[in-house]
Design a protein around this ligand. Structure first.
Ligand code: FMN
Length: 247
């Protein structure tokens, strides 16, 4: 499959590509620029308000919606960004940010390339973890569950709403594959721009949505002395039960 994710040996582990322009060379730090990172003295006591099971909405979707609204108030940008973790068939984990475009009783929906590294992992092992890392609020939310493609019509409807530049990028970028240089990507963008000149850009077959259907949803709130509150909704039949986890 042209442009498909070439496998773990080709990404991250191969030889460092030769920089193609003087800009690339300048952007690379020399070893002497590096300083050890020491964050051990940056301790902080967490004073967040207590989280009690009795105060939680019995419906975790509503509860997470309320927390997401709080996060949207304070997030400097991209409040929809969450970390998606997957593992391939050999159990090798990877994680990356994605934008959650809807969150409701059906699950959390994000859009990506069906040829990407995450897509290959999901073919092997169709389960994921979504981590909402809302640290400025001393909160995190973790959703675990199976991940499946959304119906094609849903991907096409969302794709149609995207700006043309993003639509062209979905055609031009073989996500997670190795590029010779930036110019190769830009040449592909020019090519698809010309191909779709004067017409609407259709949704590529290799692009669409996934939905993580949560089987558990854990809410974490920071408390003093590292005695944090962790309350986890677990799916039981058609409903949910809430358990408290040790911090
Ligand atoms: C804030 C932010 C939001 C992102 N949103 C998406 C997204 O919605 N879909 C996507 O495919 N990649 C998104 N990315 C890029 C991914 O993190 C990642 O680089 C890409 O999906 C390739 O991942 P993979 O090689 O593990 O498949 C985002 C990155 C950041 C930093």
């Amino acid at each position: 499959m042209a442009g498909a994710y070439p496998g773990p040996d080709a990404v991250g582990r191969g030889p460092r590509p030769v920089p193609s322009s003087s800009d690339d060379v300048l952007a690379w730090p020399t070893v002497t620029d590096r300083r050890p990172v020491d964050l051990t003295t940056r301790r902080q006591e967490y004073q967040a308000i207590p989280l009690d099971g009795a105060d939680l909405d019995p419906d975790p979707i509503e509860q997470v919606r309320a927390w997401w609204a709080d996060w949207t108030e304070v997030a400097p940008n991209e409040p929809a960004a969450v970390v998606l973790a997957t593992a391939d068939g050999d159990g090798r984990p990877t994680a990356r940010n994605v934008l959650v475009r809807s969150f409701d009783e059906r699950g959390a929906t994000f859009f990506t390339s069906y040829e990407s590294r995450k897509a290959m992992a999901l073919l092997d092992n169709p389960r994921g973890a979504l981590l909402c890392s809302w640290v400025p609020l001393l909160r995190q939310v973790q959703l675990l569950g199976p991940v499946a493609r959304v119906p094609r019509a849903e991907s096409e409807a969302y794709f149609a709403e995207r700006p043309r530049g993003s639509q062209l990028a979905a055609w031009a970028s073989h996500q997670s594959s190795v590029l010779a240089d930036r110019a190769e990507l830009e040449a592909r963008v020019a090519e698809v721009d010309a191909r779709f000149a004067g017409t609407e850009v259709p949704c590529p077959e290799h692009w669409g949505g996934y939905r993580l259907v949560p089987e558990s949803i854990e809410l974490w709130q920071g408390r003093p002395d590292r005695l944090h509150d962790r309350l986890c909704y677990e799916r039981v039949g058609d409903g949910w039960r809430i358990v408290r986890l040790s911090p």
